[in-house]
Design a protein around this ligand. Structure first.
Ligand SMILES: *[C@@H]1O[C@H](CO)[C@@H](O)[C@H](O)[C@H]1NC(C)=O
Ligand SMILES: *[C@@H]1O[C@H](CO)[C@@H](O)[C@H](O)[C@H]1NC(C)=O
Length: 235
């Protein structure tokens, strides 16, 4: 089993500490951390059967490029080693922390997580890519859920197919000199619209208390955003 820490090495310590408390406790976990700063990866004590593997990747100057190239990185590493080493991939942004149990109940051949800002919105309000010339284009009258780019996964084979398809779509857009409105998330949403996930996680699994007031029916928040300042991290 696996988790990918993407982006932001500064958040890794809290991510790992809270993951050790709440994420797949009692199971074998490999944290694969993609980073361009391997020496900055913090040492966090891990329980037995859990390990951290740092995968060095190149950096990009824009966060959008880092985010988009993650699809390519996951696709590349899936072919090279994830297929051999783990059963499931859980791809997560690490500018987050766990605050309650996240266990094997999330696992399924292909799963996505509802984006917390849109879980009650009508589908016309979703920020899908609606421009026809884009690879991530979804017609106005189509769509069901809006998925978050920062938490998806499934079997390695399914994640390999998803990330490869998203990467190829981004290559086409780049060749046309265009970029989808929400970058990799737009491509994820297009893919999951036409390749239905076998499980959809509620916003309990991805919440942002700065952005949204917690509705009373969400009794547990399991994985929540850590307040951050984009400008500070990227400049
Ligand atoms: C990538 O990282 C290196 C070393 O940290 C730095 O010198 C370089 O400017 C970075 N490049 C970009 C495009 O951010
Ligand atoms: C992925 O693999 C291809 C082919 O080996 C390589 O050209 C590309 O640079 C890799 N991409 C990343 C982001 O590592």
């Amino acid at each position: 089993m696996l988790v990918l820490g993407l982006r932001y090495v500064v958040f890794l310590e809290l991510f790992l500490q809270t993951a050790e408390k709440h994420f797949m406790v009692g199971h074998r976990v490999t944290y694969y951390v993609f980073t361009n700063r391997p020496t900055d990866v913090p040492r966090v004590p891990l329980a037995e059967g859990r390990q951290l593997v740092v995968l060095e990747v190149r950096n990009y100057s824009r966060w959008q490029d880092v985010s988009m190239h993650c699809m390519e990185m996951i696709s590349n590493f899936s072919q090279q080693r994830f297929l051999l080493e783990v059963d499931y991939l859980v791809c997560m942004d690490v500018d987050m922390k766990f605050s309650d149990h996240v266990g094997v109940e999330i696992l399924s051949p292909l799963f996505g997580t509802l984006y917390p800002g849109f879980y009650r919105a009508a589908c016309e309000a979703f920020t899908y890519e609606r421009r026809l010339q884009f690879q991530a284009y979804i017609p106005r009258d189509e769509g069901d859920f809006y998925y978050a780019g920062g938490f998806f996964g499934g079997s390695v084979v399914e994640v390999l197919q998803l990330t490869t398809a998203c990467h190829q779509a981004m290559v086409v857009d780049r060749a046309n000199g265009i970029e989808a409105v929400w970058h990799d998330e737009s491509h994820l949403n297009k893919y999951l619209l036409y390749h239905k996930p076998t499980k959809v996680l509620s916003p309990e699994y991805l919440w942002d208390e700065q952005m949204l007031q917690r509705p009373p029916f969400l009794r547990k928040l399991r994985y929540v955003a850590v307040p951050k300042n984009h400008a500070e991290i990227w400049n």
